[in-house]
Design a protein around this ligand. Structure first.
Ligand SMILES: C[S@@+](CC[C@H](N)C(=O)[O-])C[C@H]1O[C@@H](n2cnc3c(N)ncnc32)[C@H](O)[C@@H]1O
Length: 451
């Protein structure tokens, strides 16, 4: 193993520093521009040995709030002042968009809250440790007392859980395959949702005693909460699985989004920082309301990757005169069940709509959704972006799809997909938003209008 040495040229959108040595590029986490880094490459991983910082007191550096920063694989930017995190994350894409659409102003929504904002964290349990996986080491867990980006209430739950886990010693042990609890997921809705991922066959008296004590501690400390267990096999590393059971509280979590109240199954997706997305959607709706060729027409709204229906219900409520029907498609069965309920609960004059139709569908496989003329399509795919089948389906329905609102948690992938769509659609609105400060993630939202 050769020791290498180089200077950080710049910080990339993933918040890692770029070092070039003899035409080879190395990405180093947790550094600043001009840092001198001595490192080795061990099994394709970069292991820094020494970092000499020139910018310690510069305008870029800040002392990380979290004591686990640099070890825990969660955050990547706590050592960079927020203004710079945002520039590093978005600058390259912003410049690309400016070249492509020189007449379009890129709007942005920055977070008001830089810490304690996330409404969901999935913590790994290993023996008596509860935490997140170590950066670059999937098998190692950083034991965490408090997570600086999840809500304070969730941190209270984490503390209660950790104390009892130690007392009962029922954490799963990945070396010996002994133990029961593999993960704890904490979700901060209008009430707290706690989901324990367990090895079902191992449920025993010790576990029941643990649950009783956990419940009584939670009741002492929280006003409203629900507790669930869900099941995992010995080998699986999936948390918050779909096979679940309510131990205490409601079957669903109750989230707010703007003026909507939405039911979400414990395993179903909901925006991790809805406050920022609410502002992004409000700005987008305001822009649409000023587009004569939108507000003077009526559309069938089709929401792909709809989750519990938040975007279709939201846009219907903003444009009740312009939307004739709502359909939504999504993989998680229980999310679809609640999407229907949410539409019923939140749409007062449903009879004005031709139909509301939410359906389970795997959008990664070839599919055919029949479309009416004048479709307003909403897309909000997972990080992998749009599958080939979704793109092919759009291309075979160009005549019918008039507007596309594409919300993305992978803006770089979205930009590549736009290369295909821009031949047929004008990009009329670009909005960058940051629901994920301290991390390298962010969201972008674009509006496309049929040429
Ligand atoms: C980024 S979330 C958006 C959900 C929703 N728009 C919202 O804001 O709550 C992506 C959604 O896509 C769903 N999904 C993931 N893979 C899918 C697939 N292959 N087919 C259909 N839906 C999928 C997920 O379950 C998740 O609800």
């Amino acid at each position: 193993m050769k020791i290498k040495n180089g200077s950080v040229e710049k910080i990339l959108p993933n918040l890692e520093g770029l070092i070039k040595i003899q035409h080879k590029e190395y990405l180093i986490p947790y550094v600043l521009p001009n840092d001198e880094v001595t490192f080795i490459v061990k099994r394709k991983q970069i292991v820094p040995i020494k970092i000499e910082r020139k910018n310690q007191l510069s305008e870029i550096y800040q002392t990380p709030l979290c004591p686990y920063f640099g070890e825990c694989g969660g955050c990547k930017g706590q050592h960079i002042k927020y203004e710079y995190q945002w520039i590093y994350k978005t600058q390259i894409l912003k410049e690309k968009y400016e070249v492509l659409f020189p007449n379009l102003k890129i709007e942005q929504v920055l977070p008001e809250t830089l810490y304690f904002y996330r409404n969901r964290m999935d913590f790994v349990v290993n023996q008596n440790n509860v935490g997140l996986r170590k950066k670059n080491s999937y098998s190692e867990i950083v034991d965490i007392k408090e997570c600086k980006i999840q809500t304070q209430l969730a941190n209270q739950v984490l503390e209660i859980f950790k104390n009892l886990l130690k007392k009962f010693e029922i954490g799963f042990d990945r070396n010996t395959n002994q133990g029961i609890i593999k993960y704890i997921t904490i979700r901060s809705a209008n009430q707290i949702g706690i989901i324990l991922t367990i090895v079902k066959e191992r449920k025993n008296t010790l576990y029941f005693n643990f649950i009783n004590e956990f419940l009584s501690e939670l009741k002492k400390n929280l006003v409203v909460f629900s507790l669930y267990e869900c099941y995992s096999s010995l080998q699986s590393e999936v948390s918050n699985t779909q096979e679940n059971f309510v131990i205490y509280g409601n079957k669903f979590l109750d989230f707010s989004f703007d003026d909507l109240r939405l039911k979400v199954p414990p395993e179903g997706f909901f925006q991790p920082n809805p406050k920022v997305i609410e502002i992004m959607m409000a700005k987008t709706a305001k822009f649409l309301s000023n587009q004569n060729n939108f507000i003077n027409n009526q559309y069938h709204l089709v929401d792909l990757f709809c989750g519990v229906g938040v975007f279709s219900i939201y846009f219907y409520k903003r444009f009740p005169e312009n939307i004739k029907s709502i359909s939504g498609y999504e993989l998680t069965k229980t999310s679809i069940y609640y999407a229907e309920k949410n539409a019923n609960d939140n749409i007062p004059n449903k009879q004005k709509l031709a139909f509301i139709n939410f359906k389970v569908l795997d959008l990664s496989k070839r599919f055919n959704i029949y479309l009416h003329n004048h479709t307003f399509l909403i897309l909000d795919p997972p990080r992998s972006g749009l599958s080939k089948s979704v793109i092919d389906w759009i291309l075979s329905n160009l005549k019918k799809i008039e507007w596309i609102l594409y919300v993305s948690c992978n803006p770089a992938k979205q930009f590549l997909e736009l290369e295909i769509l821009k031949e047929f659609y004008d990009t009329v609105w670009i909005l960058f938003g940051d629901p994920f400060p301290q991390t390298d993630h962010w969201e972008s939202c674009i509006l496309l209008r049929k040429k």
